[in-house]
Design a protein around this ligand. Sequence first.
Ligand SMILES: [Zn+2]
Length: 372
Amino acid sequence: MSFDHTELDRTGPRFLASLRGQGFTETPSAPLTATDRSVTFVNASLTPFKPRLLAGDKIGRTCQVQQCLRATGRAPWLYVFGMLGVLADGEYLGDVVEQAPQALLAAAPWLAADRLAVAVDHDHGDLRKLLKTSQTLKSVQARDVHHEEVPTQWSYGKDGRLTGRGITFFHREDTAPCGPDCAVGCRCGRWRELGQVIEVVGPHAHYAEAGFGLEPVQSIALGGDPYALPAVRELTDRMREAGVADESAPQAANLVRAVTALTEADVRPGGKGGAHVMRRFLRELLGLLGAADGPDDRWRERLHRAVPDARVAGVLIAEGERWRAGRATAETAARTHLRRRPDASAQELAETFGIPMKRARRMCEEVSGFRP
Ligand SMILES: [Zn+2]
């Protein structure tokens, strides 16, 4: 089956158009760093609104496609992703339960209404009632769950001042059930998670939120793999061409997307918080690009091939030079230590001077080789 890939690019605009048509107000994507102290980066479409929600402000009915970053997890999860979001005052919870899934179906015509399924908590009778009265959802497959089976409760940020309880949406795929107990939300691959509609509870007011991951929704059109999305696949291919090992190329592409978004948000590498996340991403990527060790100066050339954006490449090269200089200093210190104590173990060198174990072993071997 051939699929028009430009359809994918229309996902976000169609989602917003559908909601604007229902009277929702579109808000722009906030910068990744527009957060309060409880989270490092915008990690959900709700994050930029947190101060207003904590204050109990009225926000009406809004919709947005928010760029988000989650620094945890590894491939196949994309660190940077879009979130198709809806946020409204609590009195609109019923509208959001009805209209957010409708907008999702309009945005992604490869989803089928009769394949939608939901999981809702045993204890949330009010939410189950809203599902039953929804035109779009009244006949979808619904599973009553406990929070341990499928998450039904959330907390927004570490301070726990905003919490939520809600409905998780899935799309049923054509794979056979894994077993007789296979049910909505099972992780066997039959149920792809789309996102949630959540009632958000703040100290002064309630709100209604919906959030669906843009890339996971788009990738359903291509069999469910976000690395099959054209832009991600192109980046992965470029990583391979720049010399990244086949099996590491998807993770390298994931990291390039993340450091590009962070560079655009003016995040620079450093020791704490978001700056530390940036440093961790840059160094992992530099490692995959072969910039970590060895006297080889080709890493700069390889990096320019992998990352054509001059600004992002500049950030990577500066960090690479800093890293290599730090390594050289650490190795000099380790060699001095080895001259004084030639029986020092590689483990000790690695731990004391922060050099990679492989390198520390080689240094020990060199010293023992010189022994009479
Ligand atoms: Zn299953």
